[in-house]
Design a protein around this ligand. Sequence first.
Ligand SMILES: NC(=O)c1ccc[n+]([C@@H]2O[C@H](COP(=O)([O-])OP(=O)(O)OC[C@H]3O[C@@H](n4cnc5c(N)ncnc54)[C@H](O)[C@@H]3O)[C@@H](O)[C@H]2O)c1
Length: 248
Amino acid sequence: MGKLDGKVAVVTGAGRGLGRAIALLFAAEGADVAVVDLSAQGAADTAAEIASRGRRSLGLVGDVSDEGQVRHAFERVAAELGEVDILVNNAGIDTTSEIESMPVEMWDEMLRVNLRSVFLCTRAVLPSMRRRRSGRIINIASQLAQKGAATMAHYSAAKAGVIGFTRSLAVEVAADGVLVNAIAPGPLNTDLWRALPDSWRARKLTEVPLGRPGAVEEVAPTALLLASADGSYYLGATLNPNGGDVMV
Ligand SMILES: NC(=O)c1ccc[n+]([C@@H]2O[C@H](COP(=O)([O-])OP(=O)(O)OC[C@H]3O[C@@H](n4cnc5c(N)ncnc54)[C@H](O)[C@@H]3O)[C@@H](O)[C@H]2O)c1
């Protein structure tokens, strides 16, 4: 018996990194999983690995910040896997710039990919979840929403927005049986982290009591908790697998 037997999950940005680890863990626990990612190769690879574990899977190429692409992707999930029980809004990007020299395009892209996408994908699954009076939505924020960091004001603002969105939506849909929560990881050893400037990463690790970035496998179980029956009393919460970076 898996913890997610019979469930249909969508994990955005699961072509690699944290989203991939969450998608594979959900599949190992019995869920059928759709992957939506900008990368065709990433989406196909993760979907193939899910299928190799005996679950149904769907690898979709799409930009989760684009309204039309989101609508299309979720229509395909409904047609091919069925109604969505679990949504993980994981897709995200990271860039660095001091505010004074930040191009407005960088600001807008950050808010679009890391925050607008959460709204769009959530809106796509809510009608079916509310009608069936059941559903889980898990939004991936960041510990930088809680403490901030120089050159990451746009990222911190977007991720703080994700936490605010999570709390308000949680109140809005709780009575309909839909549980909405967030996860705010500390630094994780993924491509996103490795692309940051060396000096930024070195400084960041001095702030983390465990002194190392986390592995994606150390965060995926938090998503499983929030997606499964074990997480039935969490609502509007932000869980913090972060190596002690922020103690809340
Ligand atoms: N790595 C960290 O240190 C860290 C820390 C805290 C929070 N996070 C958050 O965790 C999430 C996953 O990060 P990661 O480290 O695995 O990143 P990653 O860069 O390794 O993977 C992100 C994935 O999202 C996809 N993606 C990006 N933009 C997209 C879009 N518009 N539409 C669809 N897919 C898109 C990418 O193609 C990629 O496959 C992000 O929301 C990130 O902000 C990461």
